[in-house]
Write a protein that binds this ligand. Structure first.
Ligand code: ATR
Length: 274
């Protein structure tokens, strides 16, 4: 059987787990999917996308640093991608138009609510960071009807701008890292601070006896943020491996119309990540 070709594009890309995840999905579902990783030159994303589809490619995932460029490039944005300001899933529709979706926020919410069984309705949520990753999760998070979302960021003006963009029925406010001083039900770390070995300088009182923390990063050991939370008494700390697999499953479903089972894939990845 001929395989339909998919890929993830980014720079760098060698660390990407997407080829492994999608090949496990393909085996599990029996879909004829071949999925590779393509490193694009920093100034060559658009050309690489065009070439990929001209050669018959069926769909792309887009990762750092091209998600915002992908958002600008597409002919048709899904409502979710529109709010996210970024696109991580591309495909062409039957008229040949380039379509963009963003599955990151859906993946996070699905990991929180389905895999981790956390009820977000009525929850007080603190989100750390105000970059592209956080913008991408805001709309799906707010759809779960939390009581309140506070966005804290190193650059306060960016947190305030994002809060203004998303505030509606659910109150959303922006502030600096040291401003929140009482306990939240859930704290989501969407900063890239740990890539530099840094920790957001939070007041320790944001972690109470019931606070769950979620780091959008993952790794073989506890992330620095989750280690900090555990040291301050958080009973449950979760990393972003589930979000990674769930956003991939959403993309696979968008392309193939079949949603794979994610739990065996998460278990396989956890074995490899450590
Ligand atoms: P991404 O796509 O990962 O969100 P980004 O748009 O560059 O990347 O955003 C990175 C986020 O991590 C921002 O919120 C950034 O804070 P600033 O808006 O103040 O730049 C945050 N961040 C990066 N390095 C950080 C550090 N060392 N300490 C705290 N926050 C950091």
């Amino acid at each position: 059987m001929t395989q339909d070709l998919y890929a993830v594009m980014g720079n760098p890309i060698s660390h990407s787990k997407s080829p492994l995840i999608h090949s496990l999905f393909a085996t599990q579902t029996g879909e004829p999917v071949e999925y590779t990783a393509i490193q694009c030159p920093m100034d060559g994303f658009q050309g690489a996308v065009n070439t990929f589809f001209e050669r018959g490619g069926k769909g792309l995932n887009v990762t750092v640093p091209f998600k915002e460029q992908a958002w600008k490039l597409v002919d048709v944005l899904s409502p979710g991608a529109e709010a996210a300001g970024a696109v991580n899933t591309l495909f062409r529709d039957s008229d040949g138009r380039l379509c963009g979706e963003n599955t990151d926020g859906l993946g996070l919410v699905r990991d929180l609510t389905v895999n981790q069984r956390i009820d977000l309705k009525g929850a007080r949520i603190l989100v750390l960071g105000a970059g592209g990753a956080v913008r991408g999760i805001m709309a799906p998070l707010l759809r779960e009807r939390p009581a309140e979302v506070v966005i804290a960021n190193r650059t306060v003006a960016k947190a305030e701008a994002l809060a203004d963009l998303f505030a509606g029925d659910v109150p959303v406010t922006g502030c600096g890292f040291t401003d929140p001083k009482d306990a939240f039900d859930l704290i989501i770390n969407g900063t890239s601070a740990s890539l530099q070995g840094d920790l957001p300088p939070l007041d320790r009182r944001v972690v109470g006896p019931k606070t769950i923390t979620y780091d959008m990063m993952y790794g073989p050991d506890l992330t620095p943020f989750n280690q900090w939370a555990r040291d301050h008494g958080a009973p449950r700390v979760i990393d972003g491996l589930g979000m990674l697999v769930e956003q991939a499953a959403e993309a696979f479903a968008c392309w193939r119309g079949v949603r794979p089972e994610t739990s065996p894939v998460m278990a396989a990845l956890r074995d490899r990540v450590g």
